[in-house]
Design a protein around this ligand. Structure first.
Ligand SMILES: Cc1cc2nc3c(=O)[nH]c(=O)nc-3n(C[C@H](O)[C@H](O)[C@H](O)COP(=O)(O)O)c2cc1C
Length: 346
């Protein structure tokens, strides 16, 4: 295994074994207002939606997590099988390692075997900066082809890069590259944070480009600073372990990031709500405050390591909860859920 493969493996292992969530889950501060007379039937609730032109069985994206080392193939396959069953969108983790080592392609491309309505390729923004524009365009096309993707996510992972020992915290020129890629690629570009959120100001700048969607990836769920804390601790590196702890709760809470992004972009750019989504009620809250779909990573990781059936069971429970939440606010479809009344409990 090369260095990237070892790192990818460590990320998954740590996310499974340690407590890597932010200090608070901000979805707890949002409540949907109970409708005691919903005047609809629970079985009539329709949670299907159309996202970036593709029909999804529910407003859920399995957020990109892994690929790039041999065991990751099984994880992506188990997730893909459930994505097919429930007709959900699915992303893979950063595909950089497969660009460098062809034999790792199958750890991502395995998802092509499944009839998934919306597949998302993935590459880190710091990588684009290192490559420069021409190489970024070439590699973006290669990773799209690798999984026959419907869109490509550029992941803004500068918190992680800033904290980890081997991090490449180079961001100069990143915006220009994203802007040009959004112009030149045939597939939609999603700009995605990974747990530290998108501010109104950043959203406003992104809205001036041709990107198709913002995944706010906000604070409240998996903390990459926490993951880096444990990685450093395991190798006895006190300095980086300390940095991980200091920045554990760095970022913009997901619900706030959705609101800021929506207002800054006049709600014209579709929003994926990733960061701390634990169940179907959180999915419903995310839609009610303005997201188009919700992204889920961490809670699907444990079942994904186990089996296809385990992922299916978890998603089935999440979708059942979504149905119940929609019934209890009297929303018979996603458009109605978007109008549901919310309360902030601060
Ligand atoms: C083990 C692990 C690996 C991840 N790797 C990537 C990645 O390669 N690219 C990416 O864009 N996001 C990555 N993420 C971030 C997730 O897509 C998501 O934004 C984040 O975990 C917040 O969602 P959650 O709170 O539901 O976990 C990873 C998350 C986990 C848990």
């Amino acid at each position: 295994m090369n260095k990237i493969e070892i790192r990818k493996n460590e990320h998954v292992k740590i996310a499974l074994e340690e407590n890597v969530v932010a200090g608070q889950n901000y979805w707890d501060y949002i409540k949907l207002v109970h409708n005691a007379l919903p005047e609809i039937n629970k079985e009539d609730v329709d949670y299907s939606t159309v996202f970036l032109g593709k029909k999804l069985g529910a407003p859920i994206i399995i957020a990109g997590m892994t690929g790039g080392y041999n065991e990751a193939r099984k994880i992506n396959e188990n997730l893909a099988s459930a994505a097919e069953k429930f007709q959900l969108g699915m992303g893979v983790g950063s595909q950089r390692s497969a660009l460098e080592k062809k034999s790792l392609e199958k750890t991502y491309s395995v998802i092509k075997k499944y009839d998934i309505p919306f597949r998302i390729a993935n590459i880190g923004a710091s990588q684009l900066v290192e490559w420069g524009y021409e190489k970024s365009l070439e590699n973006a096309n290669r990773i799209i082809e690798m999984i026959d993707a419907d869109a490509i996510a550029i992941c803004l992972n500068f918190l992680q890069e800033a904290i980890q020992l081997e991090g490449e915290a180079h961001s100069r020129g990143c915006y220009e590259i994203i802007k040009k890629l959004a112009d030149d690629l045939d597939k939609p570009v999603i700009v995605k944070e990974t747990g530290a959120g998108i501010s109104g100001e950043v959203a406003r700048r992104l809205a001036k480009t041709n990107i198709a969607c913002i995944d706010v990836g906000g604070l409240g769920g998996t903390s990459f600073a926490a993951i880096e804390h444990y990685r450093a601790k395991k190798r006895g590196d006190e300095l980086h372990a300390r940095g991980g702890k200091t920045f554990w709760d760095w970022g913009i809470p997901t619900p706030i990031s959705i609101t800021e992004t929506g207002i800054a972009t006049k709600w014209r750019i579709p929003i994926i709500a990733t960061g701390g989504i634990r169940n179907g009620l959180d999915v419903a809250k995310a839609i009610a405050i303005g997201a188009d779909v919700a992204g889920i990573a961490r809670v699907l990781l444990k079942p994904a390591v186990k089996s296809k059936k385990a992922v299916e069971e978890e998603l089935e429970a999440i979708i059942k909860e979504l149905r119940a939440a929609m019934f209890l606010v009297g929303a018979e479809n996603i458009e109605k859920l978007m109008e549901a009344e919310i309360e902030l409990w601060i």
